[in-house]
Design a protein around this ligand. Structure first.
Ligand code: HEM
Length: 534
């Protein structure tokens, strides 16, 4: 599905739906086996001139929270209801697989967790998820801080230049800077490899970006021409992709070989005693190799690492990008954030303990994820026929869907649903502090923190699937806490030192989507040293 650029202005709630092309679409939509389900009647042009999730939102307001949509001969069910999402993701999770998404990602991630078939997934999830335990995360906090410091000192050096003039500001594409920062963090945290991308370019970094670029191209292109025999040798971009992939795979194979060869019993003991802070290499690869011995299949391990490299890089960079984009438009919230940072950190470093006190920064991170979820759609395909439950309004009968139905769970729609959020398009981190339940909002349970005691960040459990920043159910993101901590630390450290202003108007920041929502031409900002740090 191709999603093209648009400005960041909000989707229109009422659209002029009829044009010549819509007749064609209407005909296509009227077929299919999903009988009584409401059908979206959109203009074909809707699909081409702006990201798809904007159109899905307008159709949600018009047709309700479960509707059918067709592209050419193919139809999809679009879900924007928390109860139905909960059913697909959690209650009946094993009746669905990743469908189209797995087709796209399998050539890159192999049998990594995201595209993996159910049997492989069950085996690997059991091995990988324990690697993300609290002590690992605590050890990671140092990596998040060290890498953020590199970015800060890069900015400081640029700000020392004498030709900055009166403004004393540097102009930077912060999206690109966050992308480098997140790449360095994921490299060190997952396989103890320092890409050093904040400060330099290297062939391996180019190959990683080339591969991500191709993953995005594939997720936004209608015809999977890369499956045609010989296409990988004839089409230049496919040849380049194969070259990039081989480059990264060789690099990962080298790291795996090294991790196996350097396995030491003393490290294994430290791991067993959870003595993470005294380990020289606390990476996930070390954990996977040390705890499982030499019996780990190299190919599988490589697929796991590649999956985490891709899943954990652009997503986190996008959260930071949109958090800054939103804050820059709300000076009073920026001030509030910086006041919190000053009072918690002063001029010191961020530590794991500080995170608990950086409440407003944590809420900014989750509010950025609410408004710009990464990815904006979750994709599933039913493996057998199923009956979807009635939605949150308490309807008794849901819709029957046959095996093979492709489903988009629109996280974007859920996160901006006027049924669950006050002023859904507004940036309001404080909203998560309000116990909506006590306001007695009808038909909706509202936030209930007691469902997830001790959670540092709002999640799908306390919102009963109205807020799904990391999915939900058994295939929920394994790196959620890693990513949240990383974003909180990086944002706090950046705002501790610098003030940030958008270079142009917010409307001039154009959106594109593939797996994540990102900008078309970068997030260009004016960055200055903060004049007063209290
Ligand atoms: C899965 C979001 C960071 C590794 C997912 C899913 C979402 C998500 C929504 C569920 C996909 C689905 O159900 O189809 C995010 C966001 C991140 C982030 C928004 C950053 C802010 C990370 C990081 C890692 C990671 C840092 C690893 C270090 C994974 C893996 C899966 C996954 C392995 C597949 C889990 C499974 O199927 O068992 N992520 N993720 N993610 N994520 Fe993340």
């Amino acid at each position: 599905i191709r999603c093209q650029s648009t400005s960041t202005e909000e989707p229109k709630t009422k659209r002029n739906l009829l044009d010549n092309a819509s007749n064609l679409l209407t005909n296509l939509l009227s077929g299919g086996s999903l009988g009584s389900m409401p059908t979206a009647e959109g203009a074909v042009t809707d699909l081409f001139d702006r990201p798809l999730f904007f159109s899905l939102y307008d159709w949600f307001l018009e047709h309700g929270s479960v509707y059918k949509l067709a592209f050419g001969p193919k139809s999809f069910v679009v879900v924007s209801d928390p109860i139905v999402a909960r059913h697909i993701l959690r209650e009946n999770a094993f009746s669905y697989d990743k469908g189209v998404l797995a087709d796209i990602l399998e050539p890159i991630m192999g049998k990594g967790l995201i595209p993996a078939d159910l049997d492989t997934w069950k085996q690997r999830r059991r091995v990988i998820a324990p690697g993300f335990h609290a002590l690992f995360l605590e050890a990671m906090a140092k990596i998040f801080t060290d890498c953020s410091e590199r970015t800060i000192s890069k900015f400081e050096k640029l700000l020392e230049r004498e030709d900055l003039g009166e403004e004393k500001a540097i102009e930077l594409d912060l999206e690109a800077e966050f992308s480098s920062l997140a790449l360095d963090i994921i490299g060190l945290g997952v396989f103890n490899y320092d890409f050093g991308s904040v400060t330099k370019e290297s062939p391996v970094i180019k190959a990683v970006y080339g591969t991500l670029f191709e993953a995005e191209h594939r997720s936004t292109f209608y015809i999977p021409y890369w499956k045609i025999p010989l296409a990988r040798w004839i089409v230049p971009r496919q040849r380049k992709f194969q070259k990039d992939l081989k480059f990264i795979n060789d690099c990962l194979d080298g790291l795996i070989r090294n991790a196996k060869e350097t396995r030491q019993e003393t490290d294994v003991e430290k791991l067993q005693q959870r003595d993470y802070l005294n380990l020289k290499d606390a990476s996930l690869l070390r954990f996977l190799v040390d705890m499982r011995g030499a019996d780990v299949d190299d190919r599988q391990l490589r697929d796991d690492l590649m999956t985490m490299l891709i899943a954990g890089h652009e997503t986190t960079a996008a959260v930071l990008t949109w958090a800054v984009f939103l804050l820059a438009q709300h000076p009073s919230k920026m001030e509030k954030a910086q006041a919190e940072i000053d009072s918690v950190l002063g001029q010191g470093r961020t530590t794991f303990e500080c995170l608990k006190k950086l409440e407003y920064i944590r809420l900014i991170v989750v509010e950025a994820l609410r408004l710009y979820p990464q990815p904006p759609l979750l994709i599933r395909r039913s493996l057998k026929s199923d009956v979807l439950p009635g939605g949150y309004k308490g309807e008794k009968d849901g819709y029957s869907i046959p095996a093979g139905t492709d489903i988009f769970i629109s996280v974007y729609n859920l996160h901006r649903s006027p049924y669950f959020w006050d002023q859904p398009h507004e940036f309001e981190p404080e909203r998560f502090l309000v116990a909506r339940k006590s306001e007695g909002i009808e038909g909706w349970a509202g936030f209930d923190p007691s469902r997830s005691p001790g959670a540092m960040y709002p999640n799908e459990i306390i919102s009963d699937f109205a807020f799904l920043p990391f999915g939900g159910g058994p295939r929920k993101c394994v790196g959620d806490q890693f990513a949240l901590m990383e974003s909180t630390i990086a944002l706090a450290m950046l705002l501790q030192k610098f003030s940030v202003e958008l270079k142009g108007s917010p409307e001039s920041v154009e959106l594109v989507t593939g797996a994540t929502i990102h900008t078309k031409n970068g997030l260009w900002c004016k960055v200055r040293k903060r004049s007063s740090i209290h």
